[in-house]
Write a new protein. Structure first.
Length: 251
């Protein structure tokens, strides 16, 4: 039997109550990791807590809470090797319709939280090294006319990840930082956006047809890519953007 791919490693995964975060948490546990999972709704983490995860409530926009979550992880498990910055929101709106409050809220959750998480992870990882995985989006690679704030936020995550990767490499910290860019994935967040549309069935089919493979991604497929970046198999991968889009950006 092969050795578990994350044996002996400790991870923090934000936004772990469902979707990509939840799938990643379950996969990490199955591959031998000890994990801290966080979400705004701590009650939705009970199934992961039952499997041995440390479950904590976290508003990822709160600077002080980031320090508390990382320190609690190190106190319980002795170290931190992996951070998955997964928590995020999607508020639709084109440049004429989006409000400044919506834009600022999106940046706070999707960008500022990633900055705070990266900073705290580097603080505790720089002695022994580690892997930071920031969940961006295909909307951080190509634009979408109806998602001004979301595109801005995910593009920022892409380049923030590269900055962190270069800094850590130049400092000799052995901390890798990469971004993951899924296309439309079968998650509650994507479904909520579809249902909110004037004609959900037309939007759902339009999104599906836009993907050359002809289907939405599955959370477990994205989690498998995150696992690769978390594991030692990706030891020579940093500053990269891993695109998981069913061919959407190939044309």
């Amino acid at each position: 039997m092969s050795k578990p791919r994350l044996e002996g490693k400790v991870a923090v995964i934000t936004g772990a109550a469902g979707g990509i975060g939840g799938a990643s948490a379950r996969l990490f546990l199955s591959e031998g990791a000890q994990i801290t999972v966080t979400d705004l709704d701590e009650t939705r983490l009970t199934d992961l807590a039952a499997l041995g995860a440390l479950a904590l409530r976290q508003d990822v926009t709160e600077e002080a809470r980031w320090r508390e979550v990382v320190d609690a992880t190190v106190e319980k498990f002795g170290r931190l090797d992996i951070l998955v910055n997964n928590a995020g929101i999607a508020i639709g709106g084109n440049i004429e319709k989006a409000t400044l409050d919506e834009f600022r809220t999106t940046q706070a959750v999707n960008v500022e939280s990633v900055f705070l998480g990266c900073r705290e992870a580097v603080r505790v990882m720089k002695g022994a090294g580690g892997s930071i995985i920031n969940i961006s989006s295909v909307a951080g690679i190509v634009g979408d006319a109806s998602s001004a704030a979301y595109c801005a936020s995910k593009g920022a995550v892409r380049l923030l990840s590269k900055s962190v990767a270069l800094y850590c490499a130049r400092m000799g910290y052995n901390i890798r930082c990469n971004s993951v860019h899924p296309a439309f994935t079968q998650t509650a967040m994507v479904e909520d956006l579809i249902v909110a549309a004037r004609d959900p069935n037309r939007i759902r089919e339009g999104l599906r047809r836009a993907i050359p493979l002809g289907r939405f991604g599955q959370a477990e497929e994205i989690a498998a890519a995150i696992l690769y970046l978390a594991s030692d198999e990706s030891a020579f991968t940093t500053g990269a953007e891993l695109v998981l889009d069913g061919g959407l950006t190939a044309g």
